[in-house]
Design a protein around this ligand. Structure first.
Ligand SMILES: N[C@@H](CCC(=O)N[C@@H](CS)C(=O)NCC(=O)O)C(=O)O
Length: 220
């Protein structure tokens, strides 16, 4: 049996959870927060990041590695096309979203979501980089209506959990939703995906986990 480890507010955790739910793979969940000093956790995720996945044969870290493993090990309900190049094009979008959109916007999260401050020079650098990267993303993304074309797939697992964060973080910190400013109607896209039972489960669990974290923070 698979066990997805991490917490339900995490976008990368939810990327893998969406794939598991969409593919109909049975799995357990185990609450693990970031920054663990536990040797067993660090053996599974050496940087202490979440998510990580326990399988009967060993553990995996890195969300894209996990979803690629799921596709290979559980071919039913495929989330990438059978054609290798078409499948790689879907994975290209996943990588682009994770690396060139989310990871860049992440530099704003301390101020956007956690009450911190991001220096002006970092804000300026992120704005410049994201403006360039969003234009690049627009050359790859189809939104037809799914991010890679006419059917739901792996790229939607990445896009659904991360595009709203990019939009909200840029709006809160830079004063402008850079996705919307570039003409990406991410709200309509997210609304479409949010109708799926998998997304509804992810969103409900995320809300409950956010309440758990708020209560824990209040309790010190
Ligand atoms: N590239 C990793 C990113 C995972 C990641 O950054 N997870 C966040 C939570 S959403 C985390 O663990 N942050 C804590 C840290 O970076 O130390 C993946 O795709 O799994």
């Amino acid at each position: 049996m698979l066990t997805l480890c991490g917490f339900a507010v995490s976008n990368y955790y939810n990327k893998v959870k969406l794939a598991l739910l969409e593919k109909g793979i049975p799995f357990n969940e185990e609450l693990v927060m970031t920054g663990s000093k536990d040797d067993a956790v660090l053996a599974a995720t050496p940087l202490g990041k979440v998510p990580f996945l326990r399988t009967d044969g060993g553990t995996l870290c890195e969300s894209q590695v996990m979803v690629d493993y799921l596709e290979a090990a559980y071919p039913a309900h495929p989330l990438v096309p059978a054609d290798p190049l078409a499948a790689a094009k879907v994975r290209e979008l996943c990588t682009f979203i994770d690396l060139h959109l989310e990871l860049v916007a992440r530099e704003l999260y301390a101020q956007a979501f956690f009450g911190g401050t991001v220096p002006q020079e970092t804000q300026d650098r992120v704005r410049k980089q994201l403006t360039k990267n969003i234009a690049g993303f627009q050359r790859l993304a189809k939104f037809g209506p799914y991010v890679a074309g006419d059917s739901f797939g792996l790229a939607d697992c990445a896009a659904y959990v991360s595009l709203p964060l990019v939009a909200l973080a840029t709006k809160k910190v830079l004063g402008e939703d850079l996705l919307a400013a570039a003409g990406i109607d991410w709200k309509a896209y997210a609304g479409l995906i949010a109708q799926r039972p998998s997304a509804q489960k992810v969103d409900a669990d995320k809300k409950a986990d956010a309440a758990r974290m708020a209560a824990a923070a209040k309790a010190g």
